[in-house]
Design a protein around this ligand. Sequence first.
Ligand SMILES: Nc1nc2[nH]cnc2c(=O)[nH]1
Ligand SMILES: [Zn+2]
Length: 475
Amino acid sequence: MATPSKKDQLFLGSFIHSTKLDELTYLHNAAVFVDAQGKIVHVERDCDEQRAREALVPRLGWGAGEDELVVVRGGGTGEFFFPGFVDTHLHASQYPNVGIFGKSTLLDWLNTYTFPLEASLSDQAKARKVYSRVIRKTLSHGTTCAAYYATVDVPSTNLLADLCLSYGQRALVGRVCMDQLAPSYYRDESPAASLAATRESIAYIESIDPSRSLIRPVLTPRFAPSCSAPLMRGLGDLAAEMPHLPIQTHISENKNEIALVAELFPKASTGAADDSYAGVYDAFGLLTDRTILAHGVHLSESEATLIASRKAKVSHCPCSNSAITSGAARVRWLLEKGVVCGLGTDMSGGYSPSVLEAARLAALVSRHVAMGGDEKAKLSVEEVLYLATRGGAEVVGLEDRVGGFEVGMDWDAQLVGLGVVDPLGEGVVDDQEDGNVDVFGWETWPDLVAKWVYNGDDRNTKKVWVKGRLVHERK
Ligand SMILES: Nc1nc2[nH]cnc2c(=O)[nH]1
Ligand SMILES: [Zn+2]
């Protein structure tokens, strides 16, 4: 479980964060002051420990004794503080299935692998085991904020929220709504039952963190095919009644899914301008500036324009889109349309719990899009890291709180360490423990960051904090 900080903290060393889509800012020999509530209260460049303690700590009215101030020094070779990752789309309930997808595609994957596992998590003991592990695992990969889907079951969804709070992970937690096209053993009995269960789960999650300091509920229509029109309408009404609630769902992931949506929701039935998938969510009041749309692989021009005009956000899930062969989402095209994008692991459509891996795959998939003819589609290291942090924060509606190191933001951060430089210059170091990145000592900082993105993993994630609390430490 997470250790509450309750003390003022001083972080010293190198800090790297995104300041624009294609720009990382490097602060070396800097000091970041984080108060006992986990907020960044001051950032000082060119500041060693002595100056921080003597000149700045008293100015903040802090005590400098060991009982009052925690000092965290980053500054080893290739060591830097980086904002925590935001995973904008993952299914906590599918975690035991990571890697298990064979050659399936979306609709058969749901029926074969996914629904049976999700249904089984109404067993509380099993849900506890699965949810504890997914939270601890994602924290160990630097995910400080996650937008989770749980299951249809209210008690186990609520348990996921409890566990996020006790492990200290910032989270959106959604009870999955689905009242059709799912097995009879795993769906809501009626639209009314689905809405009542949703309200029950929202009320519980809001009760355990009334100030929404870490945990918040999220309306979760699974996707249009599994929600009847009355349920979609009811959820749209609920979204209007509770304008603070985020909404998450899937869109345009797979071509058979898109055909199914057009068949289930012809424009005549919804009053939408066309038969498009985005138009269906819009017709039911679910396409809003609080909506997180996962995938968006096959969106049309007019859908992207509609999504941009509603200020809905897209969670790009390159691991899942590749694993279950959904397609290659055009992230540059979405960004140029003005759609805010972040990254999602989408476990277990995606097999990896790591947002760093999602960033790497976003870079690779963008190269496939480029090879398909759109040369400017390629995403740089800076851009994928922006999506993993600032972009993700905006997708989940927390851009004022997390994603960077500005004063006023919460200290949601990771200490990254890239291993040791060969001390004797003989090309032999015992750095197995330090992971997969080899540092030679002559790299520039941008080179080190690129090596982290393309070869790093959780062995490089040395410490992780959420709202100032140390929530993971690699021993
Ligand atoms: N990737 C993915 N797509 C979906 N569409 C509807 N449900 C799901 C799901 O669980 N995962
Ligand atoms: Zn998903």
